[in-house]
Design a protein around this ligand. Structure first.
Ligand SMILES: N[C@@H](CCC(=O)N[C@@H](CS)C(=O)NCC(=O)O)C(=O)O
Ligand SMILES: N[C@@H](CCC(=O)N[C@@H](CS)C(=O)NCC(=O)O)C(=O)O
Ligand code: FES
Lengths: 104, 104
């Protein structure tokens, strides 16, 4: 679908993309992790898009199998949510992904 | 108001009360902390009460100044959210509150 193509384009054209909700603490946590790492992700707040928000979430679920927020992509690759991103960071595996995606 | 009285009665009659939302990870985190401590809080899922959910949240905001979830009470005392509860736990100050409230 058109929306699916636009999501794929967004995640491929930006080094780091975070689909988020403004009032969700897990979304805030992953946004502040990137900030601390000096990375400026493209942040899309799904609760600020009106009816497109739930539609985008459905597309994300179709593409990634994940219906929850935050939904993180690095270098066009689906990473997962907050716990997935933090786990990679703790294992030292987030940095290489960020460098490879030219985010740092 | 009647709803305010009922919230005050609920938090005074139960050792530990958690006002939560089923899909919120911070709410889940605080619920699982209590579980690990062998405590069975009274959990009230605000997103499962229909129109009463937002009304209860307004009352909780009036009583505690806190509009967010999770909203935790121990022994009738307002503790705060997830980060507040976890901080007390890390400092060893949660246990004495739970013992005093007969939750353990
Ligand atoms: N482990 C996941 C948890 C994600 C999660 O459960 N997100 C919640 C908000 S904190 C959500 O999107 N809930 C909506 C739902 O469950 O339908 C992560 O770290 O991102
Ligand atoms: N530090 C607080 C954060 C609470 C918080 O921001 N909760 C969010 C959900 S995770 C909420 O209720 N958001 C609704 C809002 O901000 O209006 C805690 O640990 O409980
Ligand atoms: S909505 Fe509470 S952590 Fe996401």
């Amino acid at each position: 679908s058109r929306l699916e193509e636009s999501v794929k384009k967004t995640v491929n054209d930006n080094a780091v993309v975070v689909y988020s909700k403004t009032w969700c603490s897990y979304s805030s946590e992953v946004k502040s992790l990137f900030k601390r790492l000096g990375v400026e992700p493209l942040v899309i707040e799904l609760d600020e898009l009106g009816p497109q928000g739930p539609q985008l979430q459905k597309v994300l679920e179709r593409i990634t199998g994940q219906h929850t927020v935050p939904n993180v992509f690095i270098g066009g690759k689906h990473i997962g949510g907050c716990t997935d991103t933090v786990k990679l960071y703790r294992k030292g595996e987030l940095d290489p992904l960020l460098v490879e995606a030219n985010a740092k």
